[in-house]
Every structure is written in C-alpha cells, then in structure tokens.
Design a protein around this ligand. Structure first.
Ligand code: ATP
Ligand code: MG
Length: 517
C-alpha cells in the first residue's frame, strides 16, 4: 500500500511487463510535484517501456499505478493526456502531410461551432512555437518538409500546450544542438515552477546532472537505484549506468591518413547549402558541426545523390575524378554510403527482421543470381549483432520490437558489411547509450584503419572533438571554418556555428531597414 502524501503526484507499484520475455520487473517509483526525475539505463533497459505504460501506450502485465491519490489505469494515450499526463516519444509521432500548426493542435483544433478558424490556428501556433524558439518557421509549413531536429521541437511544443501534470520526455534532445537544448531547459524550469512533474530520459549524462533533482537507474528491466542527483558526479553516473567504469578517452588506434578520397567543390542547393568545398582523406574522420537547420543533413544528402545540387561537384580518389551522382543508387555504385539520422523514415523496415534489414544494403554479398541465401543472411546479421552488441533475441527478431538505441545499431550494421570507400554518418550515436557509443567509436576507428574516409555529422560537440581529425563548421548553409585536431576549443566551434547567422541577419537588416517598424 502506498501512502499518499500531497507531495506525491504519481505512484508506480510492482509494475512489470512481459513480451516474449520479461522486459520490466517489479518497478516501484514515486514522482513528486514539480520535480525532474532523470530516468536512465543502457539501450534496452526498459525506459521507453515504462514511459509508455505511464503514458497510456502500453498495458502493464503486473502492478498498479496511482495518480493524484486515485487508481490510474489509462486505456489509451488520449485518456492519459486527458488527465494531464503527456509524453514526448523517442520516435516522433507527427503527421508529415499536415502543417506545423495542424500537428500542434491536432487533438484540440481551436474553432467556432466546429469550424476551424485558420487565423486562430495560425496565431496559437505562433505562440506555441515561440516558446521553443521556432519563431522563424511558418506554421503553415508541412511537417514533412522540416528537418528532423525541427520536427522534434514541434513534438515538444505540441506537448507543452494545454494542461499538464506529468510530462515524460523520452530522449528529447537526441537530435537537438546546444541552442535548442538551452531553450528546452528554460521551458522545463517554467513548467517546474508551475508544479509540473517531469520524467526526463537521456543518454547525455551532463544534461541529467543539470536538470534533474533525482535519478532512477534501470538495468535489465529492474530499477536498481533511485537517489538524489547531488550524490553523483558525472563519472560516477557513467559507472552507475553501465555497471562498469568507462574512460572518456578513446584510442582510435594507429592509422594512416593518406591521399584525398572525397573532394567536394562548390556544392550548392538553394539557400540550404551554399558553395561548400572540402576534402576528406583515406583513414580520416572529418566532422561536421553546426546548429539545427545549418545544412548538415542537406549537405550529406547532396553528396549521396538523395537531393540534386544546383551546382558543384563531387570527386573521388586521388587524383580526384569527378563522378556523376544523380541518385543514391549511383552513390552506392561509386562506393559511397549514407547512414541516415531518420531511422524510422528512411533507415529501417520496421516490420521486418534484423537480418532482413541488415541484408538490405548487402544483397550482392548474400545472393547469387538474385536468390537470397537465408543462412548467409542470418550469419551476416549475427556478426553485426555480436560486433555491436545489439540486444535482441536473435537475427529473426522484428526491428519494431527493438529499443530505440538498438534500432540505430541495426542501421549502422547494415553499412558496415558493405564495401564502401566513403561513409557519411548522420548522427551515428543518436539515442545510443554511453557504453555502446564507445563500441561505435571503435567501429569507426576500425573503418579508418581499413583506409576508408569518414564524414560524421553530430550535434554532440564533445563526441566530434573526441573522434575527429578535423571539424568543419556549417552555419546558415556555408562552411564557415575548418579546425584541425588540437587547434579547436568548444567555444571556437560554437562561435563559428553562430557566425553565419549574425552576418546573414546583418545583411538582411542592411538590405531592408525601411521595412522595419
Ligand atoms: N513490442 C515488443 N515486443 C517484444 N519486445 C519488446 C517490444 N517492445 C520493446 N521490447 C523489448 O523491451 C526491452 C526494453 O525496451 P525499451 O524500448 O523500453 O528500452 P529503452 O531503455 O527505452 O532503450 P533505448 O535506450 O535504446 O531507447 C528491449 O529489449 C526491447 O527489445
Ligand atoms: Mg527508449
């Protein structure tokens, strides 16, 4: 029996969940009014499952919950939201063919007598978006046209609208850069002041230390600890989470940086990517940093032929040979791979098995004359499952049943088996736990030792500084500056990320001073 004190908003008692196997066991937890509780644990530990149970998206196999002193058994997400329990999911849940405004107010369209007033909708959307710093986006933009970072901000904004007692944020910052993270933190403080309780899930431990008052750690579906955050420094947090010590140091091994492998010259597409030139050598990791919307993903897509450039060239090898890349098929044919950030949209076939997904990029390896050999497909998948410690019941498990971080590993695993000389990684460790991140860094190191050239886009500056030989900073579509290893600081990189916008804004102001009120 739980004792209900006015301080406690939500009580979880003996909650368990079993699919084919138990994934959560005997979870006891209370959430206090106005607190931020950090929920952490390795990929597949059960964080999202617990969140979904609280948010009405999954039914527990055992246990009960109480909300504001009453029995709480949500039958659906809508029911939980109706009671003020809301959730920003790890996998985005927006409708790409609707506008930003429509997505924001989908369940709650402002209108008179059943008719939606466009004007009202626009106005309300502008207010909601300003809260998360998206005031530069027209609310009539289709969500599908936004980059994934902006989509995540819309998802967050959607959940800040209306009455809320409990807000669950499942990896809200996985695709956000420093500036957006700061805006989210401001909102969190505001909500706390209003008495909203927040469950905050993240693999970025430095964020947890900043926002949370208490920390709960899940390991293999068991809650191993709930304690005040102040009891831990960041190293202790890592040990607590992973159950072993990790050093924030990675040995990328002896490797040789050779001749240019990829040479990009003057690549441009509308105002998204402007006149970008750089080269990457064999055995080198070239990092790309920048704010959301700076053109990082767009640049990779241009190189890969997923979008077509207005001007500019991509050349391979040394001496550089310009290649014509009009589609991803051309790119793959030339030995270029793109590991996308949007695993749900572009990366994975969710309703298929791990082995089918890994085989997808590797048909020539395992098929002869168009016939896929199932044994080879399994062996291939098993190799990646072992190499990357993909947590699953085996190669036959459906990808939709994997945790978010493990899905990401499948996306990466697919390309590691393929013979590519240039690999473009877009947020490769998004949503991946600290321990597994180091597995991925080791894999990247292995690829460079094989003489491959790597381009890595990441929102995590510390990650780039850890693994890259050089870092180029994109700002408002331009490659503003390139830093050599050991000649960069976090401040330099950040300053460069903002530089393009200041110039851009200054130009705009110069061009149209009279139009300003
Ligand atoms: N529908 C399902 N069927 C079978 N197993 C499932 C299903 N959904 C989740 N699981 C399993 O439950 C376990 C916990 O998954 P969950 O998504 O809660 O992990 P997580 O802690 O959120 O991990 P991550 O950090 O990767 O997001 C995983 O082993 C996963 O494979
Ligand atoms: Mg999860």
């Amino acid at each position: 029996m739980s004792v209900s004190t006015p301080d406690v908003v939500l009580t979880v008692s003996g909650i368990g969940k079993t699919y084919a196997q138990p994934v959560l066991t005997g979870i006891d937890l209370t959430l206090r009014r106005g607190e931020v509780l950090a929920l952490t644990g390795e990929n597949g530990a059960g964080k999202s499952t617990l969140s979904k149970i609280i948010g009405g998206l999954a039914t527990p196999t055992t246990g009960q919950m109480q909300f504001l002193g009453q029995d709480y058994r949500p039958g659906s997400r809508a029911q939980a939201e109706g009671m003020g329990i809301r959730m920003v999911m790890q996998e985005l849940n927006l409708l790409p063919t609707l506008s930003v405004a429509e997505n924001l107010f989908l369940d709650n369209l402002p209108g008179i007598g059943g008719w939606i007033s466009r004007k009202q909708l626009r106005k309300a959307a502008i207010v909601a978006m300003a809260q998360v710093g998206l005031d530069s986006i027209d609310p009539d933009t289709l969500v599908g046209e936004l980059g994934i970072g902006h989509q995540q901000m819309v998802e967050i904004a959607r959940n800040l609208i209306g009455d809320c007692h409990v807000l669950i944020l499942d990896e809200p910052t996985a695709m956000l850069t420093t500036r957006e993270v700061e805006m989210l933190f401001e909102q969190i403080t505001r909500l706390q002041v209003r008495g909203v309780s927040i469950i905050y899930i993240s693999h970025r431990l430095e964020e947890l230390a900043r926002v949370a008052q208490r920390i709960a750690v899940l390991r293999d579906g068991h809650l191993v600890r709930v304690e005040p955050m102040a009891n831990y420094n960041s190293e202790q947090l890592v040990t607590l989470m992973v159950g072993r010590e990790l050093v924030e140091h990675i040995d990328m091994g002896a490797r040789e940086i050779g001749a240019p492998a990829l040479t990009v010259k003057g690549l441009s597409r509308s105002d998204k990517v402007r006149d970008v030139s750089f080269e990457v050598r064999t055995g080198e990791i070239f990092g790309i940093s920048g704010l959301i919307g700076a053109g990082r993903t767009e640049l990779l897509r241009l190189i890969f032929g997923a979008d077509l450039a207005d001007s500019g060239t991509v050349a391979l090898g040394s001496p550089a040979q310009v290649v014509s890349i009009r589609s991803p098929v051309d790119a793959v044919g030339h030995g270029i791979a793109l590991i996308t950030e949007d695993r749900k949209g572009e990366g994975l076939l969710l309703t298929q098995s791990i082995s089918a997904n890994i085989a997808l990029g590797n048909m020539p390896v395992i098929s002869s004359g168009g016939i896929v050999d199932n044994n080879d497909e399994h062996a291939l998948a098993q190799r990646q499952i072992d190499a990357m410690r993909i947590r699953s019941s085996g190669p036959g498990q459906l990808v939709s049943e994997l945790s978010g971080g493990n899905q990401q590993k499948v996306v990466i695993g697919r390309w590691l088996e393929r013979d590519c000389s240039v690999l473009l990684f877009d947020e490769p460790t998004r949503g991946i736990d600290v321990g597994a991140k180091f597995d991925i860094y080791n894999l990247l190191g292995e690829l460079t030792r094989q003489g491959k050239a790597l381009v890595v886009v990441s929102s995590d500056l510390r990650e780039l500084m850890l693994i890259c030989d050089r870092i180029g900073v994109l700002s408002a579509g331009r490659l503003i500056e390139t830093f050599e290893r050991d000649s960069w600081t976090q401040d330099d990189l950040l300053a460069a990320a903002f530089a393009g916008y200041q110039k851009h804004d200054a130009l705009l102001n110069e061009a149209a001073p009279r139009d300003l009120p």
